[in-house]
Design a binder for this molecule. Structure first.
Ligand SMILES: C[S@@+](CC[C@H](N)C(=O)[O-])C[C@H]1O[C@@H](n2cnc3c(N)ncnc32)[C@H](O)[C@@H]1O
Length: 272
């Protein structure tokens, strides 16, 4: 279990980050005006986010995607980010998530874009990944939930076409037992996995963005707490507060970094 999951494991609610929990989260978030205001204030745009990617990072990511590319996105939630990336880049995306309530929202909303946008409910740990020959496999703040990084990256890599690439957005925090170098480019846990696998990659630093993100996340969850409660959505606010104190402390101590890893040209021979 990584640091994101372990520090929130005991919040007195049913299994935070479980499928049922995420279904509850996205059922409420999709209908909540206060959640929209929260996302607008914290991320710079309301895409019903539950990750850490702001608009600067998302627009940079969109610039890496090309028209007509076949993209697989893992952990797409209710697909607003997926749709945004498609609109910006013209790529075709299959989005996967185990929160079937969120997937149903995405399918319903994008019904008339099915030539380019599709969504499927898949458990990334227990189910087979659908399809192969992807130009790009994308994971925005979802790799944490898939278990061992080496195994996950190898599993995803096998679904790329030869010459395809993976794009992984992930944070790294330094906790007491970690070495001093864990926060440096080339030394995070994702770096270590990529190096073990001998994958070639570049990484782009979004550390100032993520530190800013968590300070705003903390601030706006408190500013909007009574509005969330007035809508009957205290759950959404509590969900944010359960993690933003821990992250804000790391942001303020300078023990939190974020990178967008672009992994390419790694001699994948493809599955099909
Ligand atoms: C932190 S959220 C990030 C969502 C979105 N990418 C974003 O940046 O806002 C993680 C997402 O991964 C999904 N997820 C977690 N574990 C999963 C699993 N085992 N299989 C499929 N999806 C999973 C959750 O349902 C959730 O939508």
């Amino acid at each position: 279990m990584n640091e994101l999951m372990s520090h929130t494991a005991d919040m007195g609610q049913a299994e935070m980050f479980s499928k049922a929990w995420y279904n509850e989260y996205f059922r409420r978030a999709a209908e909540s005006p206060t959640h929209s205001r929260f996302c607008e204030a914290v991320y710079g745009i309301n895409l019903c986010q539950h990750g850490m990617m702001d608009t600067d990072e998302m627009d940079f990511l969109a610039s890496l995607l090309k028209p007509g590319e076949k993209v697989l996105e893992i952990g797409c939630s209710n697909g607003h980010i997926t749709e945004y990336l498609h609109e910006k880049s013209g790529c075709n995306i299959l989005g996967l998530d185990y929160a079937d309530a969120a997937i149903a929202q995405a399918q319903e909303r994008t019904r008339d874009k099915a030539a380019a946008l599709n969504f499927q409910s898949v458990d990334l740990i227990h189910d087979e990944l659908p399809g192969c020959d992807y130009d790009v496999i994308l994971a925005i703040d979802s790799i944490y939930f898939m278990g061992d990084y080496n195994r996950t990256l190898a599993k995803l890599n096998a679904r790329l076409r030869p010459g395809g690439r993976m794009i992984i957005a992930a944070f790294q925090a330094k906790e007491e037992h970690d070495s001093d170098t864990i926060l440096l480019a080339g030394h995070t846990r994702v770096d270590q996995a990529l190096q073990t696998l001998s994958y070639r990659y570049v990484q782009h630093d979004f550390t100032p963005n993520i530190r800013n993100h968590w300070i705003k996340n903390y601030e706006f969850s408190r500013k909007l707490q009574s509005d969330f409660a007035a809508e009957g959505n205290a759950f959404l606010c509590e969900a944010r507060m359960a993690e933003n104190g821990w992250f804000k402390d790391h942001a303020e101590r300078g023990t939190l970094v974020r990178f967008l890893y672009v992994i390419e040209d790694n001699a994948n021979i493809g599955l099909c």
